[in-house]
Design a protein around this ligand. Structure first.
Ligand code: PGA
Length: 247
């Protein structure tokens, strides 16, 4: 059985209470059965968004701390995200790795905390442009996967997102052959490391738009997308969800 498809929206540091209207539009447009949809807004929007998203759209955080609670000013625990309505959390996004110095080991510790709190971790990996130019892509992805996935990861509690750093927010995307090559490597690497590796959702992320979604979703082992800019407006994210449901 193919893994259940997932369209994940990463709002990053965008959105406010007025933007909740986008959720109303998505709830109306979402063709429910074909795929699952999750929106990961800034944490303060989780609770009010939950009231609008209901059971149609799942919610997620964009980061969590590795500890359950304590003196960590400005951080959020996985259990707090859950309490606010999240069932997912994005971890190890390249912007967190770059802006906050997050290492693979830190990402693995956060993912373990997410699992302990009952959240599904969306663990991000991806090469920089110079790594791709230097032919290091597969080595980099393999080592990020090995280091960022904690013990106890399963297809139910872990999603992997392949996001080439150079494709994020740039309008550039890898070729479908390049995406296929990385996703095949990821599937193979997960076997032996994760229970039910064949069922782990593997997302592609980086400049996914309504115009390129169908082509990307036709790539083998692409089970969905992690979408940044195009997830902010229902008019863009709706067609991406529809393309995934139809794939
Ligand atoms: P983008 O971002 O879709 O705006 O390129 C993707 C991401 O960073 O998850």
């Amino acid at each position: 059985m193919a893994p259940r498809k997932l369209a994940a929206g990463n709002w990053k540091m965008n959105g406010d209470l007025a933007a909740l209207a986008e959720i109303d539009a998505l709830v109306t447009a979402h063709p429910a059965p074909g795929c699952e949809v999750v929106i990961c807004p800034p944490a303060m929007l989780l609770h009010p968004m939950k009231a609008r998203a209901g059971a149609v759209i799942a919610l997620g955080g964009q980061d969590c701390h590795a500890n359950r609670s304590g003196a960590h000013t400005g951080d959020i625990a996985a259990g707090q995200l859950k309490d606010a309505g999240a069932t997912y959390v994005i971890l190890g996004h390249s912007e967190r790795r770059a802006d906050h110095g997050e290492t693979d080991a830190m990402v693995a510790a956060k993912a373990a905390a997410a699992h302990a709190a009952g959240l599904t971790a969306i663990i991000c990996v991806g090469e920089t442009e110079s790594q791709r130019d230097g032919d290091e892509t597969l080595t980099v992805i393999a080592s990020q996967l090995d280091g960022s996935i904690p013990e106890g990861a399963t297809a139910a509690n872990t999603v992997i997102a392949y996001e080439p750093v150079w494709a994020i927010g740039t309008g550039r995307t890898p070729t479908t052959d390049q995406i296929a090559e990385v996703h095949a490597l990821m599937r193979e690497r997960l076997a032996g490391k994760v229970q039910d590796a064949a069922q782990v959702r593997l997302l592609y992320g980086g400049s996914v738009k309504p115009g390129n979604a169908a082509e990307i979703f036709a790539v083998p082992d692409v089970d969905g997308a992690l979408v940044g800019g195009a997830s902010l407006k229902a008019i863009d994210f709706g067609p991406i969800i529809a393309a995934l449901a139809a794939a």
